[in-house]
Design a protein around this ligand. Structure first.
Ligand SMILES: Cc1cc2nc3c(=O)[nH]c(=O)nc-3n(C[C@H](O)[C@H](O)[C@H](O)COP(=O)(O)OP(=O)(O)OC[C@H]3O[C@@H](n4cnc5c(N)ncnc54)[C@H](O)[C@@H]3O)c2cc1C
Ligand code: FES
Ligand code: FES
Length: 488
C-alpha cells in the first residue's frame, strides 16, 4: 500500500501523508493553499463558481476535464494535475487569452462567478476540436452568473480562440508534467487518512474486491457527485471511503458484439458517445444530466447504485433491457437491472458486494427506442418524470415492449400492465390509448415539491402517446399541415 497522496498543483508537486478523506478540493485550495480565486457559491455542484481543471496523462498527452472542486474529495486527485484560475496568467504576469477575451467582451461585473467561467472556458479552449462540437451554451450550463445576462460571456467564448497565439505557457511545458505523472503510476492501493478515518484507492479490481470484504461498511465512491453532497450539505463524514476511479477494469466501456459493457466507474463523459451510437435518444438525454462538470465526474454505476427513484440512467437502461453485474470477491452474478431496485433506498446489494458493470444490448431491426426527460429547467435539473420505451415491432405488431419510468414510484420501475396492453397488438393509436389507461393501474406516483402526482401521471401517459405520434410520422404530418395553413 502507498501511504502518500501525490498530485501536481499548477506546476508544483505535492505529496501528502495525512489527509482527511472527505476534505474537498475547494476547502484545500482556499484554507490550506490560500488559493482563493476558486470560489464557493452553492457547495453542491450547481453554480460552477468552484470550477477547476483536473488533468491526467493519456497516450503521452495531458487530458483535462472541468470539475466542481466543492464536491471533489482531495484524494481523488491522486496522480493528476490540478489547475486553478491562478495558473492561467503567464509567468510575465500577462493575462491568458481566455481572460483577455472575458475583459474585452465586458463579461465580468461583480466577478464572483468569473473564475469559474474562466476555468470552464479554459477547458473548452484546451479541448479545441472535440469541444467545438458542443454548443457553447451547453458547455457553460453548469456555470451561473447573476449579473451579466450571459451574452458577454458567450461572446468571450467566441473570441478566445481569436485572441490566442499558439500554445499557452501551460501547454508549452506539458511534457514535464506528463513525464512526472507517468513516473508516479503504480499498481499500489493508495491508503491515506487522518485520525483513523481512511480513504482507499485500489488500482485493480482484485484489490477493490478484497478491500470491500475487509471493510463491508465502507462507502464506495465513483465521482462523488452524490456522496460529496452528503458531506457538504448533510455534514456527514463517511469513512472509510473506497474510490473506484483508479480501477482500470471499472472505467472501461467495452464492445460486447451486440452492445456494450459499461464499467461501473465509467463517467457520463466516457459513455455518452458510445451509448448514443447504440441508442441516439440515450445520447440526447445523457447530455442533459447535470452539467459538463458533473458529467465529467459522475458515473453510471453511481447513478444506479444510489437507487434514487429520480436518477436518469436506470429507466433508460431498464427499457434497453440492461443487466447488472455485481461482484463480491471472485464471484459475479448478473441480474436484470430492474430487479436490483427492491424498494425506496433498498437495493439488492449484499455486504462486500459492488457494482462491476452494466451490460446493454443494442436495438434489433424492428426496435423503436425513445427516451424523454421532463424537468422544470432544460439544463442542470433533476427529472420530474423520466420515461424510456423500447418497442420491438414485427410487421406492424408489437412483439415485445419495455416501458420504464423514473419519478413515478419509490424505485425506477417498468409499467408491466401497460406493456401487457401493447404486446401482440398492432402499433396504432387505439392500442396506445389502452396502454395509457393501464398506466393508471401501474403507478401511484409520488407527490412532492418537484411535481404533483396528477402532473406526473398526465406526463407519463402523454409521453407514451408522444412516442407513438413521433414514430408514426403523425407529428411531422401535423407540423407540415400547420405550416401549409400558416402559408395560406
Ligand atoms: C449538480 C448536480 C446535478 C445532477 N444532475 C443529475 C441529473 O440530471 N440526473 C441524474 O440522474 N443525476 C444527477 N445528479 C446526481 C449524480 O450526479 C448522479 O447520480 C451520478 O451518476 C452519481 O454518480 P457518482 O459516481 O458521482 O456517484 P457517487 O456519489 O460516487 O456514489 C453514489 C452512490 O453509489 C454508490 N456507489 C458508487 N459506485 C458504486 C459501485 N461501483 N458499486 C456499488 N455502489 C457504488 C455510492 O456508495 C453511493 O451510495 C446530479 C448531481 C449534482 C451534484
Ligand atoms: S460552489 Fe457551486 S458548483 Fe461548487
Ligand atoms: S459577474 Fe456577478 S455573478 Fe457573474
Amino acid at each position: 500500500m502507498r501511504r502518500r497522496l501525490r498530485f501536481v498543483l499548477g506546476s508544483e508537486p505535492r505529496e501528502l501523508g495525512e489527509v482527511e478523506p472527505t476534505l474537498t478540493v475547494l476547502e484545500y485550495l482556499r484554507r490550506i493553499e490560500h488559493r482563493r480565486g476558486t470560489k464557493e457559491g452553492c457547495a453542491e455542484g450547481d453554480c460552477g463558481a468552484c470550477t477547476v481543471l483536473v488533468g491526467r496523462p493519456v497516450e503521452g498527452r495531458m487530458c483535462y476535464r472541468a470539475v466542481n472542486a466543492c464536491i471533489l474529495f482531495l484524494p481523488m486527485l491522486d496522480g493528476c494535475r490540478l489547475l486553478t484560475v491562478e495558473d492561467l496568467r503567464a509567468p510575465d504576469g500577462s493575462l491568458h487569452p481566455v481572460q483577455r477575451a472575458m475583459v474585452e467582451a465586458h463579461a465580468s461585473q461583480c466577478g464572483f462567478c468569473t473564475p469559474g467561467f474562466v476555468m470552464a472556458l479554459y477547458a473548452l479552449y484546451r479541448e479545441r476540436g472535440v469541444a467545438r462540437e458542443t454548443p457553447i451554451a451547453e458547455w457553460l450550463a453548469g456555470n451561473l452568473c447573476r449579473c451579466t445576462g450571459y451574452g458577454p460571456i458567450l461572446e468571450a467564448a467566441q473570441r478566445m480562440h481569436a485572441v490566442a497565439q499558439g500554445a499557452d505557457h501551460l501547454e508549452a511545458r506539458e511534457a514535464e508534467t506528463v513525464a512526472r505523472l507517468e513516473s508516479w503510476q503504480d499498481g499500489e492501493t493508495l491508503a491515506v487518512g487522518r485520525e483513523g478515518r481512511m480513504f482507499f484507492a485500489p488500482a485493480d479490481i482484485g484489490s477493490l474486491a478484497r478491500l470491500l470484504i475487509e471493510h463491508p461498511d465502507a462507502t464506495l465512491i465513483g465521482g462523488a457527485t452524490d456522496v460529496g453532497l452528503w458531506v457538504t450539505k448533510q455534514h456527514r463524514r463517511p469513512h472509510p471511503l473506497i474510490w473506484t476511479g483508479r480501477v482500470a477494469e471499472l472505467t472501461r466501456v467495452e464492445d460486447t458484439g451486440d452492445g456494450l459493457s459499461i464499467g461501473a466507474a465509467a463517467t457520463y463523459r466516457d459513455v455518452l458517445d458510445r451509448l448514443a451510437a447504440l441508442y441516439p435518444d440515450a445520447g440526447r438525454v445523457i447530455r442533459r444530466i447535470g452539467s459538463v462538470q458533473i458529467r465529467n465526474l459522475g458515473t453510471i454505476g453511481g447513478n444506479i447504485a444510489n437507487g434514487s427513484p429520480i436518477g436518469d440512467s436506470p429507466p433508460l437502461l431498464i427499457a434497453a433491457g440492461a443487466r447488472l453485474r455485481l461482484r463480491r470477491g471472485n464471484r459475479c452474478r448478473e441480474v436484470p437491472l430492474e430487479s436490483f431496485f427492491l424498494d425506496y433506498g433498498r437495493q439488492d446489494r449484499r455486504p462486500g458486494e459492488f457494482v462491476e458493470a452494466v451490460v446493454v444490448s443494442g436495438p434489433g431491426p424492428g426496435t423503436l427506442f425513445r427516451a424523454y426527460k421532463i424537468s422544470k429547467r432544460f439544463d442542470q435539473d433533476i427529472s420530474s418524470v423520466f420515461a424510456a420505451f423500447r418497442i420491438d415491432l414485427d410487421g406492424g405488431r408489437i412483439a415485445s415492449a419495455r416501458l420504464a419510468y423514473g419519478g413515478m414510484a419509490p424505485v425506477p420501475k417498468r409499467a408491466e400492465l401497460a406493456e401487457a396492453a401493447l404486446v401482440g397488438r398492432p402499433w396504432k393509436r387505439q392500442t396506445v390509448e389502452a396502454a395509457m389507461a393501464a398506466l393508471e393501474r401501474d403507478f401511484t406516483p409520488i407527490d412532492d415539491w418537484r411535481a404533483s402526482a396528477g402532473y406526473r401521471m398526465t406526463v407519463a401517459r402523454n409521453l407514451l402517446m408522444k412516442c407513438w405520434l413521433e414514430s408514426s410520422g403523425e407529428i411531422r404530418r401535423r407540423l407540415d399541415l400547420a405550416a401549409e395553413v400558416a402559408d395560406g
